[in-house]
Design a protein around this ligand. Structure first.
Ligand code: E4P
Length: 223
């Protein structure tokens, strides 16, 4: 499963990419707003320059014609842009138009298998089921990821699933087990994924044992 960062924060994105594990980014209007008032285009261009893979950039219009016009503008900002379109009726229409033009679309705010089926049929490159937000209203968000992955694989669709609205590391694990192609995760979850108390204990013990047995012997030649 590939990992994208769900943020518009340049420092976090830079770090995730440097770690060699973040291959894409998803943004949304809320995440962009958190970065303070700055020009949308300039911020997205900076993100795209940092990231090797797709950067999902959301449209703001609510009507399909506006979404398509915004998408046409957004894709000129960088080569690795994916246009994020909500799973509404207007969004579906825009997705179909853009897909025919080979514009990659991430159908976002997906909360049902029905929406995912329509998105895949319309030619979306990615579908983003929002796991955490479904959990918040007492539903099983990960069950939706499982259902969409199964559906796409059964019918041999090329659309990829981005498990979104990830809240904790257990969500990541479940998304991987469900066969999600990608999980888009907050920076804090990325940092939590590498943590394990037994790893820390193990490193401490190896270091202590080495010092006891080998003193200050080291691997690199001394300068
Ligand atoms: C996905 O592309 C969205 O940006 C994101 O995962 C939304 O998550 P939230 O429910 O934490 O806002």
């Amino acid at each position: 499963m590939h990992l994208f960062l769900d943020t518009a924060n340049l420092t976090h994105i830079r770090h995730g990419v440097e770690l060699g594990v973040v291959t894409g980014v998803t943004t949304n209007p809320s995440l962009v707003s958190k970065e303070g008032k700055r020009e949308y285009k300039a911020l997205v261009k900076e993100i795209c320059a940092l990231v090797p893979g797709p950067v999902s950039t959301e449209v703001l219009s609510l009507e399909s014609s506006g979404m398509v016009a915004e998408a046409h503008e957004i894709v000129t900002w960088a080569e690795n842009i994916t246009v994020k379109i909500p799973a509404t009726l207007e969004g579906l229409r825009a997705t179909a138009i853009l897909a025919k033009e080979n514009v990659p679309v991430n159908m976002t705010l997906c909360f049902s298998l029905n929406q995912a089926i329509l998105g895949a049929e319309a030619g979306a490159t990615f579908i983003s089921p929002f796991v955490g937000r479904l959990d918040d209203v007492g539903e099983d968000g990960m069950k939706l990821v499982i259902d969409i992955v199964d559906y796409l694989s059964y019918y041999g669709c090329s659309t990829q699933v981005i498990a979104a609205s990830i809240r904790h590391t257990a969500h990541c694990l479940s998304a991987a087990k469900a066969g999600a192609h990608i999980a888009t995760i907050p920076y804090v979850v990325l940092l939590q994924m590498i943590e394990h108390p037994l790893t820390d204990t193990g490193v401490r013990r190896f270091t202590d044992d080495w010092q006891k047995g080998m003193g200050d012997a080291c691997i690199l030649p001394r300068k």
